[in-house]
Write a protein that binds this ligand. Sequence first.
Ligand SMILES: [Fe+2]
Ligand SMILES: [Fe+2]
Length: 480
Amino acid sequence: MNASAELRFRLLAVLVGSSTLACGGATSDGLSSGGAGGTGGTTGGAGGSTTTGGTGGFVAGGTGGTTGGFGGVSTGGASTGGASTGGFGGVSTGGVGGAAGTAGVGGTSGGAGGSAGFGGIGGSSGAGGAGGGLITYGEVQCDAWCEGKTWDSCWPEGQVPVWPGVPMSNACPGAHEVDNQSYPLCGPGEVWFYDSQKKVPGMCCYTTEPQCLVGRPFVVAGEQRLAPAAARGDWGSHVLAMDEAEIDSATREQLHAVWLDDARQEHASVAAFAQLTLQLLALGAPPELLAASQVAGADEVRHAQGCFALASRFGSGLVGPGPLPVNGALDSIDLVSVAVATFEEGCVGETVAALLATEMRGHARDTQVVTLLNAIAEEEAQHAELAWSIVRWAVQLGGDNVKSAIACKLAEMQRVIHTRAAAEFEGDVEAWHAFGRLTPREALSVEREALDAVIAPCVDQLLASPSAARPSPVLSAQLS
Ligand SMILES: [Fe+2]
Ligand SMILES: [Fe+2]
């Protein structure tokens, strides 16, 4: 039995039952993505026309689908959020300072849409422009899931939005202090985060990346949070010496970067399970789910330690995490949204993480790497089992509302993963493999197999399970 089949067998064992369900309203042939009775297309309308520079390009948001219309990106000029199902105001980039976009209009009927729109983003101070605010450089690619594509987000010094409670003591705050709830770059359910700061005269710029659901991310209001890297030795105390002759310096730098990235994501997973535990408590979850969530958080501490140790080994000094901003992590809790987040971050993210670790371990030749990947592969599989247990429990309580939302999320993720291409890889593949890494093409192949051969059959089983839909008194108010 190969790794995918073995994991599918384990996860299916968590699930039981029979019935079928359409996504966003009944259809005769299975899933459709539009909200029932809503105006939905598949992903919401794209922006309309775009004018570059000049005195005001205008971008109107499209009509909303299940993810709501997105105002679009204009290069220069004012952008305005279109009327949409949960639409966004526009984002204006460069050029003449654009006026703030207007709020998107909430959906009027049915389906998953209908949440309030966001305000637009103020225009930038381009040539002669007077506006302040966010400027983006490079293409904003919110759906470049795990593809490594980035863009830069910049503000004038002193104008960077920071999380409540963060003192604005620095003209350019750290990346982890930047509040992007104020600037909705991506659509609902799409996750992005700010990373390394760049020095540009008069500006504060941050590398901005789309989501990468490998392992359980720590997500607050649609933003993936990561702690910055910090020079410290207490997270990687078992660092092995590096044989300088073993790999060249460029490969070593690459390995330092990717293991550090994994370390920060594993560290964020500790917060994700703490957040999950509190959400489960708020929803009246049974004790076995609470206990398993606590255990999983402790697993993630060890994963982070192992990855920081490898990052330190390939780097020039000991490295660990800085402070992780957790404010706002419990602002909204309801059964359906917790179930969908658990599906996306746990059922998908941790299944992918388990299969990636298994594949990486198969290539690895380094003893420290193999030992770490053995632990990560097994424990991420256990975390995936926990996630499926949670969504099963949520279905038993929430019934078809939960099933429908999860079916929609799966369809959306399959669309994304089957339409993107792997990033190019330049490097020493043999060394990359020996130290436990896959090329982007190999990783994409594993992710697709995880979705198609493991997660989709498990969703089929989940949709076929009985929907008791007899909420406890604790939940009755939340399920209305
Ligand atoms: Fe982990
Ligand atoms: Fe995990």
